[in-house]
Design a protein around this ligand. Sequence first.
Ligand SMILES: Nc1nc2c(ncn2[C@@H]2O[C@H](COP(=O)(O)OP(=O)(O)OP(=O)(O)O)[C@@H](O)[C@H]2O)c(=O)[nH]1
Ligand SMILES: [Mg+2]
Ligand SMILES: [Zn+2]
Length: 275
Amino acid sequence: MKGQIVKIISNLYTVNCNGILYDCNSRGKFRKDNIIPVVGDYVTIDEKNRYILEVEKRKNRLIRPMVSNVDQGLIVTSVKIPDFSPILLDKLITLMEINDVRPIICITKMDLIDDAAKLEILKYVNYYRKIGYSVFFNDDIDELKKIFKDKITVFTGQTGAGKSSLLNRLNPQLNFQIGEVSKSLGRGRHTTRHVELIELFDGKVLDTPGFSSLEFNNISREVIRDSFVEFRKYSCKFKDCMHLNEKECEVKKAVQNGEILATRYNDYQKIVGDI
Ligand SMILES: Nc1nc2c(ncn2[C@@H]2O[C@H](COP(=O)(O)OP(=O)(O)OP(=O)(O)O)[C@@H](O)[C@H]2O)c(=O)[nH]1
Ligand SMILES: [Mg+2]
Ligand SMILES: [Zn+2]
């Protein structure tokens, strides 16, 4: 019988087969072949003996939280407490692009800033929309409800950005704990929380906000470059232009004339420089 792993607690795998949950063990064979089933995996189970027999090929797999077959990531970004951080946003977008996860941005806490600061934020919002990303505000509840259908969505963003608050607003029955900021800052973050896919508006979301792995080791500079989607349309003099120290670079020209947002380009330089 086929299904999807929706929860793992130590060695117990909860598999959803057409809406019915089966608690299964994994077979010893998997460990030998170095296949460790994760939440999100599509599997075949032996429903009688409650064993996972086979793990299907994954579309992708994220680490921290460990989850596979993710379609999209909702990047929850506050404009204050914590402050708006373009570099964090761009790192998360890059991380998603290279894992074939569609980034969606949700801005929170606009009520905490004045009109001048709002204009500044709108400049970013318009830019990210221009390059093809969906950007919502956490007030856009009706629009946000529509994005989950038939998708696996991971919530991500800084601690305190408002992920749990947003989930609760989307579905008050979820009743996630809110305001962990100060507590978690004191003790180091995210103690042992299990990873679980939950149903939300005909889709599934990951209730463990985290996605803290922001290192780009083992990723080539070219892949990072290509994750900046707005760079793709420029044809530079050198076909393999990294848009860094090359002369006559169309991307750099576009940064200078304001077509490409300066923070995007700076963040690109930082991310490439880090690897
Ligand atoms: N003013 C204002 N406060 C908000 C808004 N959204 C969330 N908050 C507050 O921000 C604080 C943190 O919200 P959480 O939802 O717990 O943040 P989180 O992203 O889940 O944080 P972690 O679980 O630590 O990753 C809480 O005190 C919320 O009430 C908003 O739009 N405006
Ligand atoms: Mg939370
Ligand atoms: Zn170039």
